[in-house]
Design a protein around this ligand. Structure first.
Ligand code: SF4
Length: 434
């Protein structure tokens, strides 16, 4: 077959030795560890830290404002770095993720290539990080071994993120907390860089991480109002995408509960099994995904077991349970964007006693308006005390307005909690958030 040469530059093996690969920020801890795995295989990655108005200005300059807000931010951040003069653009490559599903996130790569060409940098290669065998020539070369190491990187990152969120509101010594996180990031990055991920070492690391976080002095104050964050993957996790939502909630006196990035990876794998059930897709491919799914589950259950045994920290919910939680709301066949996972994570939070939830969604994101905002009414009908607020993120959205709506939700939750403590019966309309 006559294969057409792609019209865009491809990152080749030769380029590894002297090219810098820029990686957009999404979840600093997890992406930081994932890039360590990539460095092990010769990809000289650098995670970007630029933020502020320059990012969205570039995004709006190079991407049509009709396209998703996460695309504007990711492409804006990369383009600002390319144009900063900080890098030799003849030795530069960019990395972007592709979800591989039917949503637009699979196509941001084409928008990025067009932005580069428009700005006069059409020679810069773009590498796709995906787990769906798309963009074959331009994709980061994935092998089962690399996938396994990446899985471990995400598990470590999620653990650090969860412990940070559960410790931060209860310590005055934020410097010590930051020092613990920094120490473990350095150690884990170095280990991942050298492929040191034996089961024994990983289990030992989990225990030592738990011990270090548990040793941080606490104020002894009573448990704060716990607030869950769910939503579209980028605006849920990225401080750039959600105007530092986590930090804002902590300042407002809440404890943030953030379901991990590993759940999203699980969701992508699990959806291949759903495809087999619904559409009769290739049995062999489904069998491979089933093996991967079981392996992921066993590794997640290992963390849960160790967290329960060695600490008071709240562990993640096992994914085989999470996968059942959207039942009665949405079918697992609804898998555009974050699809059924978004609904399931709301139920997961409610089941673990987190009744106040911020649903973060890019303005105009159809899948998340269905699986997030669209599920709020049935969810409030089923769980009477639930307090959910949907917040739209967009370049034109007012931060003050977003924060005021969250403050109102928090005030409502505290009011309901206060009345519950006094044993009062709460009229339904008073429980309804903004
Ligand atoms: S999930 Fe929403 S924001 Fe993300 S690509 Fe799809 S439409 Fe865009």
């Amino acid at each position: 077959m006559n294969k057409e040469k792609p019209s865009y530059p491809i990152f080749t093996e030769d380029m590894k030795k002297d090219y810098t690969i820029l990686v957009p920020t999404m979840i600093p801890l997890q992406i930081g560890l994932l890039t360590a795995v990539m460095r092990r295989y010769g990809y000289n990655t650098k995670m970007l830290e630029n933020s502020g108005s320059g990012v969205i200005e570039r995004g709006l300059k190079y991407v049509h404002n009709d396209i998703c807000y996460p695309a504007q931010l990711v492409i804006g951040q990369l383009m600002e770095a390319v144009e900063s003069g900080e890098y030799d653009t003849d030795k530069l490559a960019l990395l972007i993720t592709q979800t591989g599903g039917g949503c637009r996130a699979s196509n941001y790569i084409h928008l990025l290539r067009r932005a580069l060409a428009t700005a006069g940098y059409g020679h810069i290669p773009v590498i796709s990080l995906n787990f769906s065998s798309i963009e074959k020539g331009a994709a980061f070369k994935m092998t089962p071994s690399i996938l396994y190491q990446m899985m471990q990187a995400v598990l470590y990152g999620d653990l650090l993120m969860s412990l940070k969120n559960q410790t931060r509101p209860y310590t005055r010594d934020v410097d010590q907390l930051d020092a613990v996180i920094e120490k473990w990031m350095e150690k884990l990055e170095a280990e991942l860089l050298h492929g040191k991920i034996s089961r024994r070492r990983v289990r030992q690391n989990y225990r030592c991480i738990l011990r270090d976080f548990s040793a941080i002095p606490r104020t002894g104050e009573a448990r704060r109002l716990r607030v869950g964050i769910v939503g579209e993957i980028f605006v849920k996790f990225s401080p750039l995408g959600n105007n530092n939502l986590e930090e804002f909630l902590v300042k407002e006196g809440a404890e943030v509960v953030l379901p991990g990035f590993f759940d999203f990876c699980f969701y992508c794998v699990y959806n291949s099994l759903v495809d087999r059930r619904l559409y009769g897709t290739n049995a062999l491919v489904a069998a491979v995904y089933r093996i991967v799914y079981r392996l992921m589950l066993s590794r997640q259950k290992e963390i849960i077991r160790i967290m329960k045994k060695e600490s008071d920290y709240m562990p993640p919910t096992p994914f085989d349970h999470t996968a059942t939680l959207s039942d009665g709301f949405l079918d697992n066949g609804m898998k555009m964007g974050e699809g059924w996972l978004l609904t399931a994570e709301m139920v997961e939070l409610i089941e673990s006693g987190v009744e106040s939830i911020v649903c973060a969604q890019p303005f105009g994101c159809l899948p998340n308006h269905i699986a997030g905002k669209g599920m709020m009414k049935p969810m409030k009908e089923k769980y009477k005390n639930v307090n959910i607020v949907a917040i739209d993120y967009d370049s034109g959205a007012s931060r003050i307005n977003q924060e005021n709506r969250i403050k109102l939700m928090l005030a409502n939750a505290r009011d309901v909690a206060g009345q519950k403590e006094k044993g009062a019966t709460i009229p339904e309309k008073e429980k309804t958030p903004v």
